[in-house]
Ligand binder design. Structure first.
Ligand SMILES: [Zn+2]
Ligand SMILES: [Zn+2]
Length: 255
């Protein structure tokens, strides 16, 4: 007992003297829970109002309109009930996502998971979900990368929210070409028929929270939500960590 108390005190003293290094910028002084320093946290460019209540995209015109739905959703209703994005895909967040996803910097799971949780709490705290799903990767890509980075973030969110995570029901059955450089219509076509629900009974009547890390056009959410709805999901809501503008396409583009 005495040993564990001393150990607790010494760990607290060490944490005070040597606060952990920020996983985003590498300077000492991050929060031990999130591994992000105050400066990096402040630099996150969160997506603010006004955004469309359905697709979640920034829609300045809605400031002057009683409708909360953008023109694009009014003309072509997405299959999901809503989608919400955390922050703009730039600066330290963009670097962290690239390092996590493409260079296996798995320690970034904690800070990125924290930012995803912040996004969830901001938009979905009062919502009720039966299951969390991650946007799936094709087996071939999963083997070459070794992990599904979105699933890793999903595990963290599931642990924090107590919503069950289903890792296998939504599958990517077509190894689609990267979406970089494609137009919106081409992105949609590229993904058509690329996903499959392995066991519709696990989805039937369920309120689904569907996760992704980065989105540009929302094409992946649209494709996945369509498959889930046709398989019997009662609701599908998208939660995406970062929103990329059409103009900053780079090799990390997934959508
Ligand atoms: Zn930092
Ligand atoms: Zn919209």
């Amino acid at each position: 007992m005495l040993t564990s108390v001393i150990s607790l005190f010494s760990r607290a003293a060490v944490a005070g003297l040597f606060p952990p290094i920020c996983s985003f910028c590498g300077t000492r002084g991050s929060d031990p829970q999130t591994l992000i320093c105050g400066d990096c946290l402040e630099s996150i460019n969160w997506i603010g109002e006004p955004f469309c209540s359905q697709c979640g995209k920034f829609a300045p015109g809605l400031h002057h309109s009683p409708a909360r739905v953008c023109g694009s959703c009014l003309s072509s209703k997405p299959p999901f009930e809503s989608a919400r994005y955390g922050a703009h895909y730039n600066g330290s967040l963009r670097k962290a996502i690239i390092a996590f996803k493409f260079y296996g910097a798995l320690h970034l799971r904690r800070p990125l998971g924290y930012l995803l949780l912040q996004t969830y709490e901001r938009h979905f705290l009062d919502a009720r979900f039966d299951v969390i799903l991650a946007v799936p990767m094709h087996e071939k890509r999963l083997i070459s990368r070794g992990f599904n980075h979105v699933l890793l973030l999903g595990e963290k969110l599931a642990a924090e929210t107590n919503i069950p995570l289903d890792r296998t029901v939504l599958r990517k059955i077509k190894d689609t070409a990267p979406q970089v450089g494609l137009t919106r219509a081409q992105r949609k076509n590229n993904l058509r028929g690329s996903m499959h629900v392995a066991d519709p009974q696990r989805i039937k009547g369920k309120r689904v929270l569907l996760l992704d890390d980065v989105s540009t056009s929302g094409a992946t959410l649209t494709e996945a939500a369509g498959v889930l709805k046709r398989s019997g999901a009662s609701q599908v809501h998208g939660l995406v960590l970062a929103l990329k503008s059409d103009t900053n396409d780079d090799h990390s583009a997934s959508l």
